[in-house]
Structures are given as C-alpha cells and as structure tokens.
Design a protein around this ligand. Structure first.
Ligand code: HEM
Length: 429
C-alpha cells in the first residue's frame, strides 16, 4: 500500500557506521528505524556502550531469548537504566515502603514465582469475562469522548481519545471513579518513566513518592475488600483458592502496579499509532470503513510496524551464544521488538506499512512471546477494535491538523505520540 499521505512520517535514511550509533541521540529517539536496520545488517547482536547493553536486533534471536527463560532472567532486567538504583534520594524514599520485603512479580520475576503470579493474574483479569462485562460500556464511553469534540472538526488524539480509552478500562478493572483514575494515570506515568530509564532525577524521585502513595491506595482497597468483600481486580487477587497460598501485601501491590502500567501506557501509544496511520496513509480510512473485516489485520500490521513498546530487557544467566556472538553470564540484553518486527528475513519490505501483509505468517513480537507474553493482549486488541469501530463510524476524512505537528512520545523505547492533532470533516456523517 502506498503512503504518499505521509506527512509527519519517520524518514528512513541510513547513517554512517554501526559503532557510532546511539539510540539515545535526538535523531534516533525521533526515528530509530535507520539505526535498527543498520545494526541488523552489520552487527545484529550489538553492544551499545552508552547504555552498557547488548541490543538483540533480529527476529530469530529475540525469539530465541524469549523462548529460553531458563537461560535469561527477567529479574533486575526491566529498565535499561534501572533508574531508582541510580538515585540515592529515590532509594531513601522507597526505604519507607510498607511493602517490605519487596517482592518480584510477573515481568520482574522468573519461574516458579512468575508462573504462580501469572496464573493468579489471568484468573483475576479474566480477559474474556472482563471484556464481556465491560466491552459495551467502553463503546459507550468512546462515543462519549467523541461527542466532546465532534463539532470542532479537530481533536488532540492523545489527551482526548487515546488516554481516556484505557483509563476507562482501568477504572472498571479497579472499580474507581473518574477523579481517582486520573490520579492513577499520574502514578502510572511516573512509574513507567522511571522504569524505561534515561529520565530526569526529579521524575525518578516523583516515581518513588508515588510508589508509596500507590501502596497506600492498594492497602486501603485490600482492607476494604477483606472487610466488605469486593469484585474488583484487587478483591479477586485476595480471593485465592484454598489449595493455593494467599498473596502477600507486597505481591498484591506489585501486581497491581504492573497491571496499571501495562494496561495504560502501551495501549495509549497503540491507539495513537492507529489513528496516525489512518490520518497519514492515502485511502486507508475508506478501505477500512468499506471492509471492516480488514481491521483485525490493520491492528496487527500497526503493532508490527510501529511497535508501541519497542524493547524489553533480560540478563544472561550463563555463558550463551546469540546470533553467533558469545556472551558471558550477567550480560544485559535489550530485546528490540521494534527492530525484530521489521527484520527483512521475516518480512518483505518490513520497513513499509502494508495493510495486505499476511501477519499470520510470522506473528509479530509486539506483545512479546513465551512465558512473559503480554497478559493483557486480548484486552488491548479489543480496545483497538472498539476505538476504530466507533472512530470510523463517527468521523470522516481524518488527517493531520495543518497547524500543529505531531510530537513523538518522549520516553526511550516507546513508539507513539505526546501530542497528535487530527482534523476531520464536520457534519460528514
Ligand atoms: C498494545 C498494548 C500493549 C502492548 C504493546 C504490551 C506489551 C507487552 C509486552 C511486550 C510484554 C512482555 C514483556 C516481557 O517479555 O518482558 C507485556 C507483558 C505484560 N503485559 Fe502488556 N502490553 C499491552 C497491553 C497490556 C494490557 C491492556 C494489560 C493489562 C490490562 C497488560 C498487562 C501486561 C502484564 C501483566 C504483563 C506481564 C506478563 C508476565 O510477565 O507474565 N498489557 N506486555
């Protein structure tokens, strides 16, 4: 599919030499794909000195790491910068936590601990049930968001559409009202920023303070659920079958924090990326409207082409060879999903968005794979479906607004937008 409407797109140009590449440079942050392509071609398991990390860039190598968790630990492996540890003030704040000893859960844990938490979360989140219960309400809410700007001919997609949608779902999962859910969004922003690393000291300190506030929030809700009973996610986490050990307070807090961040940040960027692609790709909007059966593949192609969470991290537990490179135990790895998802050995013209690409041939890695594969992927896909269904029904001729250029998401390893102004035809329905 051509994308001549490609105003505001990432220009794809090769840079000089792979050794000089920094993914932290302003150029790479704005558009990392030229750097990824060069790394894949010249040095696919490449050491990035400024992050002290090995970037694994090819699909098969990322798949290998994800599929062999006994060789690669997720403990200590989440951020590329491990932001809290770099700032004693933040550690001092965290030392006041009531959730001590801190406990590693899910994305920060290995089996058998992770296996146990995952089972508990799958039961409490119950994606199928959650969506049956909340799907229709979400659709109503999405219509409500659009009502607020439908007569204006323009909207700021991130704040008026992409953020409110997952927040609506989070408010239902945690059973909180709108005011509380926006406090949660603030916490989630700071947690996520601190986890991605390479952020200002004040952000990390704010994240430490918010960690304690969040703990209080979860502990209060646990107390309430224990005394009054509750059907929300926290209540369900406490409602363990008799033959399984109950979760500790620290486990409940950490699981809630991971579901809050997971449920929010990547989904926001996913939704913005969908809208951006429609607004900048000739003919796509009409094709999707006329052929709604193409929407599921559009979601997959968007997740592949503009992977919202570009990377996750692991540490080698033993000496291991990846892509022909010998690595010692203790080597830190950045699994670059954004690069793997454009790997030319799996995707013909992988740099191009192509609605007709058969994404079943090689399933993208945007949700990871293996034991840590995203626990919310069914929910995220349904949110995308609902967003598009309502958007395409209500708004016509979506395009970038002339007056304000899109601003990319500022955090390292994230592909999405900070602001995205979209124009459309008023009264076109
Ligand atoms: C488009 C949106 C999303 C993207 C791109 C995404 C991406 C990912 C990725 C790549 C992982 C694997 C991490 C690893 O291997 O280290 C993951 C794990 C996870 N995600 Fe998502 N996610 C999204 C939406 C969600 C939603 C909506 C929820 C919850 C409601 C969620 C909850 C989780 C949890 C709990 C894990 C940890 C699973 C484990 O470690 O066992 N995610 N996600």
């Amino acid at each position: 599919m051509s994308d001549t409407k490609s105003d505001g797109k990432c220009p794809f140009t090769a840079t000089s030499h792979v050794d000089g590449i920094s993914l932290l440079s302003a150029e790479s942050r704005a558009c990392p794909y030229a750097a990824y392509s060069q790394i894949r071609a010249e040095d696919p398991v490449h050491f990035l000195p400024d992050q002290n990390i090995w970037m694994v860039s090819r699909y098969d190598d990322v798949d290998f790491v994800l599929s062999n968790p006994e060789k690669f630990t997720s403990k200590e492996a989440l951020s590329s910068g491990n932001a809290f540890r770099d700032f004693p003030e933040a550690l001092d704040i965290l030392s006041r936590s009531k959730a001590i000893p801190r406990q590693r859960t899910l994305i920060l844990a290995d089996p058998p601990v992770q296996t146990f938490h995952r089972k508990v979360v799958q039961r409490a989140l119950a994606p199928g049930k959650t969506l049956r219960a909340f799907g229709p309400t979400i659709e109503e809410r999405v219509n409500g968001f659009i009502d607020r700007f439908v007569d204006a001919g323009q909207f700021e997609c991130v704040s008026q559409f992409s953020i409110p949608l997952p927040m609506a779902l989070v408010s239902m999962i945690f059973d909180v009202d709108e005011e509380q859910v926006y406090r949660m969004k603030g916490w989630s922003d700071n947690f996520f920023a601190a986890l991605t690393g390479h952020v200002a000291k004040q952000t990390v300190i704010d994240a430490a303070v918010d960690t304690l506030v969040f703990e209080e929030f979860v502990l209060e809700r646990m107390q309430k659920a224990r005394t009054e009973g509750s059907d929300c996610f926290i209540g369900k986490l406490l409602d363990q079958p008799e033959d399984e050990p109950p979760l500790t307070d620290a486990e409940v807090i950490n699981i809630c924090s991971q579901v809050l961040v997971g449920g929010n940040e990547s989904t926001i960027n996913f939704i913005s990326n969908l809208v951006h692609t429609i607004a900048t790709t000739d003919g796509l909007e009409n094709r999707l409207r006329e052929n709604p059966e193409l929407i599921p593949n559009f979601l997959e192609e968007s997740l592949r082409h503009e992977t919202p969470l570009q990377a996750m991290y692991r540490i080698t537990l033993e000496p291991v060879q990846i892509g022909g490179v010998d690595l010692p135990a203790g080597a830190k790895l950045m699994l670059n999903f954004g690069s793997a998802n454009r790997d030319e050995t799996h995707y013909v013209s992988g740099e191009d968005f192509d609605l007709d690409r058969d994404n079943r041939e090689t399933l993208h890695l945007a949700f990871g794979r293996g034991i840590h594969a995203c626990a919310g992927q069914t929910i995220a896909r349904r949110e995308g479906m609902i967003a598009l269904k309502v958007l395409l029904h209500r708004l016509k001729n979506l395009r970038l607004a002339d007056d304000v250029q899109p601003e990319p998401a500022p955090l390292f390893g994230v592909r999405g937008f900070k602001t995205l102004n979209i124009a459309f035809d008023v009264n076109a329905t």
